[in-house]
Design a protein around this ligand. Sequence first.
Ligand SMILES: [Zn+2]
Length: 370
Amino acid sequence: MNDETLFEEAAELLQQADALLVCAGAGMGVDSGLPDFRGNEGFWRAYPALARAGLNFTEIANPRAFAQDPELAWGFYGHRLQLYRDTVPHEGFALLKAWGERLPNGAAVFTSNVDGQFQAAGFDTVHECHGSIHWLQCLKGCGRPPEPADALRPDIDETACRWRGALPRCACGALLRPNILMFGDGGWDGSRYEAQAVRLQSWLRRCERPLGAWAAEIRVAPGRVAGSNKAPARRWIGPNNEPATPGDPANRPGPSGCDPKGAESVVAPLAGASSPGCAPRLGSSPLGSQRNPGFLPPTLLVVELGAGTAIPSVRRFGEAVVLEGGGRLLRINPREAALPRSLGLSLPMGALAALRGIEAALQRDDQRGG
Ligand SMILES: [Zn+2]
């Protein structure tokens, strides 16, 4: 199948969807110029001082590194914090956001990336399953909740990969560390991310809802392309045949479970809380299980981007959502694109190239009168 055909098929999946779940791994950030730390060679090219110290990614991304050589560990994380702050999310983030805004249930994100790029791009419902570099926690686990890293101004000797000046300290006097799930990390405070997980589950349950009150206001337009054998695209039409604005909260079903301030306003429990579950807890009713003549069933599209198999949290989550809740999976991955056809469609390429290709296919479709 050539790329154009893949883009057309992917665009069709998107046109048939009610909701967009973005599942992103490190490959999503590569097109913004971020390193993905794939393999020692790439990692050490990005951080030659760590090559000289003989430390690989799993050894520096480790709470032990903060205990043993805090200036070096903070040199690594301080550099990354500044890098992520300075990085502008690539165009693919805006495309995903725009697509989500056209769907009745909008978009949500599940990501292992700690860089905060989805929030920077304006996404509200984001579950960062490995935490965030923009938050800090006590290395000793004194019980104080995580705090934002906003006031932290990294001053790094990049040649030596070492933090200059006073290290960040908790109010208890112990060292602060990034609120990220590291390797061999028994002390990660996952409370912020549990709150994010709750919001994501609430969104998923809303997507899973069989056709409800809002569906009565949203009808599928008849076939729109004369002579086309494609399925008619969904058109969101209000009760008086005016185009509905699915992204408008007024058109959304029920009270929103997605308070944008929810995650931040939650008072975090004490450190040592269990890590957030990565498996979705969907109800027993699969998406679209209750068909209604004249209506298409609600359909969730999972778009997985740059999620590898080495640490498969993101792949597993997206697959589980589709297997347990219904919907389709669009896997975008230049190296590990294998996917059973029954689950969806695979695009063996980078994130930005794929998203641009799909957008172009959507625009061609619109121009044909779709
Ligand atoms: Zn403390």
